[in-house]
Ligand binder design. Structure first.
Ligand code: NOJ
Length: 562
């Protein structure tokens, strides 16, 4: 394991605005699939550094890098074996420093992913725990328990893994360890002071190198209920659905392995560590928690700065649901003084260019495959995706983009079974397709090997042939392309201050139209399939072609009063 030795810090972004994150557009990079400089078919840090200019040209403010740490990669790097080093498949610490420096030189901030809920089973801490006796301090870093039943051969409780199957694995010495995800991802014990101080040091290691913040994985799950009681979600579901007051997670209502009050103390501790490095570093929570009024607890003034707004992501393309979630988001986050965030796609969900073309949305993490994609209308999905993105980019707060959405990439539905890598595919015996379909390497140049992803043509997941037409160079400068829609929207968002401002709802539009004004810009999103009348005003941006005076179905426009 690398020591926490300190390097020279990187150059920082020149802008002095400590509140940059309140309005920022943050672009998510999934390193395996972004750009591969060494040609082995897996993206790497040098690949990212070499392509940074295209992100500056797109007009984003910051990047969020998914994990690039030393890892056996059983869960795409969310199984960390050394929190203070770079996996050789992605490069070296020197490559990281260079990437950070070049990004900062282009005015791009860099947030990195941190995975504190669990480590890899290959982490030195877990190996030491396996080598140590039950009850030892080394085992106390994780959640080891004796089994139940007369001979301890049954797991300590009935908790299930998010990836499918039971959440406990038994060791030859009889003890069991808990893993919310794969068996190769043992959960850390956040009641252990040693775990807490180790992570404070890990944060400092990266903050000193110059990172602008952290996206915190499973931020709602790190403390488990005292005594680890069995989970009976059915008791929380009444005749009319989930009882009021119950908090929903992706895993179910009020799971005892999530949502414990103790997590908030951790965020207060972490916030204080960030403050040692000035007032412009940020924490963003990954917490699939509903309702939004409860999620707001993660972004109280002394906790995190942001939390992903998955309620927005999960909202169907329907005007009244969208109005409701926008109102709820602004008021919930606003009640604690935080800006809302907005997000439509990421590396865990079906890309919105496909999701919005489905009759029924799959559950998060289930993915899409040949068995489940029969109702998919790709053209409709792409049209709605452009409209949804243009609506999102007009909303006050910070917006997260997922790599490839600016190209209109769809979910890849027909990956061969033997190419799939997601642990949930294996743990459910192929019942859930999992998330590989949204992780296929990006197309950069339509006629190059692997569409420019790697010079050798290697690609860890196969890219569909049709992606040639979606490659960045095929869309660059082409009016009406998804790339130019995003580029102009980001420039206009900046020019008109749409990341700030306030939403005013506009009356008098048909029910299918989301109609609002922000900072003098009228935003109309027609979620219906029929065209409606469009008022006068200069057209700043439109997600689809439209005749003057007409707002086509499944289309968003931005207008400026003349
Ligand atoms: C959430 C991450 O986004 C996902 O990709 C990962 O599998 C789980 N957390 C476990 O770390």
């Amino acid at each position: 394991m690398t020591t926490l030795g300190m390097s020279e810090p990187a150059r920082m972004v020149a802008t002095e605005d400590p509140l940059w994150w309140r309005t920022a557009v943050i672009y998510q990079v999934y390193p395996r699939s972004f750009a591969d400089a060494d040609g082995d078919g897996v993206g790497d840090l040098r690949g990212i550094a070499d392509r940074l200019e295209s992100l500056a040209e797109l007009g984003v403010d910051a990047l969020w890098l998914c994990p690039f740490y030393t890892s056996p990669q059983t869960d795409g790097g969310y199984d960390v074996a050394d929190y203070c080093d770079v996996d050789p498949v992605f490069g070296t610490l020197a490559d990281f420093d260079d990437l950070l420096d070049r990004a900062h030189g282009l005015g791009l901030r860099v947030i990195i992913d941190i995975v504190p809920n669990h480590s890899s089973d290959q982490h030195a801490w877990f190996r030491a725990a396996l080598a140590a006796a039950p009850g030892s301090p080394a085992r106390d870093r994780y959640l080891f328990r004796d089994g139940t039943g007369s001979d301890g051969s049954a797991p300590p409780n009935n908790w299930q893994s998010t990836f499918g199957g039971q959440a406990w694995t038994q060791l030859p010495d009889g003890q069991w360890y808990f893993h919310m995800f794969d068996a190769t991802q043992p959960d850390l014990n956040w009641r252990d002071p040693g775990v807490r101080s180790s992570f404070r040091q890990i944060l400092r290691f990266w903050l000193h190198r110059g990172v602008d913040g952290f996206r915190v994985d499973v931020a709602h799950g790190m403390i488990k209920a005292e005594g680890m009681p069995d989970y009976h979600p059915q008791d929380l579901i009444g005749r009319f659905g989930v009882d009021p007051g119950v908090i929903l997670t992706k895993e179910g209502p009020n799971p005892p392995y999530m949502l414990q009050d103790g997590v908030h103390d951790i965020w207060r501790e972490w916030r204080a560590v960030l403050a040692e490095y000035g007032d412009d570093r940020v924490l963003c929570a990954e917490a699939w928690v509903e309702p939004l009024s409860h999620l707001a607890r993660w972004v109280r003034p002394d906790e995190m700065h942001q939390a992903f707004n998955f309620s927005f992501l999960e909202t169907p393309w329907d005007a009244s649901s969208l109005r409701q979630v926008i109102d709820d988001s602004i008021s919930a986050f606003g009640s604690v003084g935080a800006p809302s965030t907005w997000v439509l796609s990421n590396h865990d969900v079906v890309r919105h260019a496909s999701r919005l073309g489905l009759v029924q949305q799959p559950a998060p993490g289930d993915g899409l495959g040949p068995r489940t994609a029969s109702g998919l209308d790709p053209e409709l999905g792409l049209r709605r995706a452009g409209a949804a993105s243009l609506l999102m980019l007009a909303l006050p707060g910070s917006a997260y983009l997922y790599q490839g959405e600016e190209l209109g990439l769809p979910e890849v539905v027909d990956l061969p079974d033997d190419a799939r890598r997601d642990p949930s595919w294996f743990r459910t015996g192929g019942v859930r397709y999992g998330r590989d379909g949204c992780r296929v390497p990006l197309p950069w140049e339509g006629t190059e090997p692997a569409f420019g992803f790697s010079r050798t043509g290697a690609s860890w997941l196969p890219q569909p042939r049709e992606w040639s037409a979606l490659a960045r160079d095929r869309q660059r400068g082409v009016a009406g392309s998804t790339l130019e829609l995003y580029r102009s929207a980001l420039a206009l968002r900046r020019e008109h201050g749409l990341g700030g401002g306030t939403v005013t709802w506009l009356p008098g539009y048909p029910p299918d139209v989301v109609a609002l004004r922000n900072n003098g810009v009228t935003v109309l999103a027609n979620t219906g399939s029929r065209a409606v009348e469009r008022p006068g005003g200069r057209l700043l941006a439109g997600s689809g072609p439209g005749a003057p005076g007409v707002l086509a179905g499944d289309t968003t426009v931005w207008l400026l009063e003349e």
